[in-house]
Design a protein around this ligand. Structure first.
Ligand SMILES: Cc1cc2nc3c(=O)[nH]c(=O)nc-3n(C[C@H](O)[C@H](O)[C@H](O)COP(=O)(O)OP(=O)(O)OC[C@H]3O[C@@H](n4cnc5c(N)ncnc54)[C@H](O)[C@@H]3O)c2cc1C
Length: 292
């Protein structure tokens, strides 16, 4: 691939790129220079090489044995631009949700305040249908752009994203590269006040300064995962260096020197206890990738 402009590194640690700070290396880590570079790379990479995309790792456990194949990580240099025009905000997939909310507020575009408290990137928000405070990505997305495993550039209208609660039905091989969102024109001060309220609520109720992966399990229809976990007696439960947060028991934390296995098996213990206590099968929201 003589014309490749991005960075391709072998056996690169991934733990520093995740909020949990655990997990093994990527067999290869590719940081494309821009969209064309990513398309060039994917078109030439043999079809049998697995490819996995990571955002800023705020919803991710990378297992201790690492990831075979190529991990693609978009950098803010090539994929971080945010622009606003009228009531539409456009953002590269590496832009942080928080920055998108700030740019929208500056341009007097309301409706994207919920992104202010979500610590992921736009790529992760598109894949996870990220949401908070009664709003989610599905409510504001106009269209997303992405690249297929064969290097084809594709555009997805909101309906094509097949959004469901904390997921998108788009083929997992698609790497999102940018998106546009429509909000409602509003006074920047009112938008900022709402963003501050979002932030205050979060700081008071979630362990946002810990090594964590956000909500571990999806809320089952009509129920709260945290209440089920709490009533099964799991608040504060420990496994090696991993712990169920005392502050918000749907959050697992790396309390120091946890392995990925400590965290994942603690999650499985919680699932088993909840199943035994209330009969509910909790489903992981956190993505777990790689080999044990
Ligand atoms: C303290 C804390 C609070 C949180 N609060 C919330 C909340 O209120 N609401 C909420 O929805 N989430 C919340 N999360 C979870 C997380 O921030 C979101 O799921 C976020 O959207 C993940 O984005 P990311 O960039 O970190 O993705 P990652 O964790 O790196 O990856 C998550 C998934 O997205 C995929 N992905 C990432 N980038 C791309 C891309 N460019 N193209 C295709 N796929 C991609 C990955 O393959 C993976 O499947 C919280 C997390 C933490 C740590």
């Amino acid at each position: 691939m003589s014309d490749l402009r991005g960075r391709l590194l072998a056996d690169e640690p991934l733990a520093p790129f995740t909020w949990f700070r655990v997990g093994g290396p990527a067999q290869a880590l590719f940081t494309p220079a821009d969209e064309d570079d990513l398309a060039y790379f994917l078109a030439r990479l043999p079809a049998d090489v697995p490819v996995y995309t990571v955002g800023v790792g705020s919803n991710l456990i990378v297992r201790d044995g690492g990831i075979r194949g190529v991990v693609v990580r978009l950098s803010s240099k090539g994929f971080g631009e945010i622009t606003a025009e009228g009531d539409v905000v456009r953002a590269g997939a590496a832009a942080l949700d928080r920055r998108v909310a700030e740019a929208a507020a500056k341009a007097g575009i309301g409706g994207l305040e919920f992104y202010f408290g979500i610590p992921g990137s736009i790529g992760g928000a598109l894949r996870m249908n990220a949401g908070a405070n009664g709003h989610e990505t599905k409510d504001v997305l106009v269209e997303a752009k992405g690249i297929g495993r064969d290097g084809q550039k594709l555009t997805f209208a909101n309906a094509d994203m097949k959004f469901v609660y904390r997921n998108s039905g788009v083929d997992p091989s698609i790497i999102f590269t940018s998106a546009s969102f429509r909000g409602k024109l509003a006074a920047p001060d009112a938008i900022r006040a709402q963003m501050a309220a979002v932030q205050d609520h979060r700081e008071a109720s979630q362990p946002v300064r810990e090594k964590t992966g956000g909500s571990t399990f999806k809320n089952p229809p009509g129920q709260s995962a945290w209440k089920l976990i709490d009533s099964a007696g799991c608040r504060g439960l420990r496994n090696g260096g991993a712990q169920v947060s005392e502050m918000h028991c749907n959050f697992l934390i790396n309390s120091g020197n946890a392995s990925a296995d400590d965290i994942e098996s603690l999650g499985e213990q919680v699932r088993a206890r909840v199943k035994a206590h209330s009969g509910v099968d909790l489903q992981w929201e956190i993505k777990r990738i790689g080999v044990k």
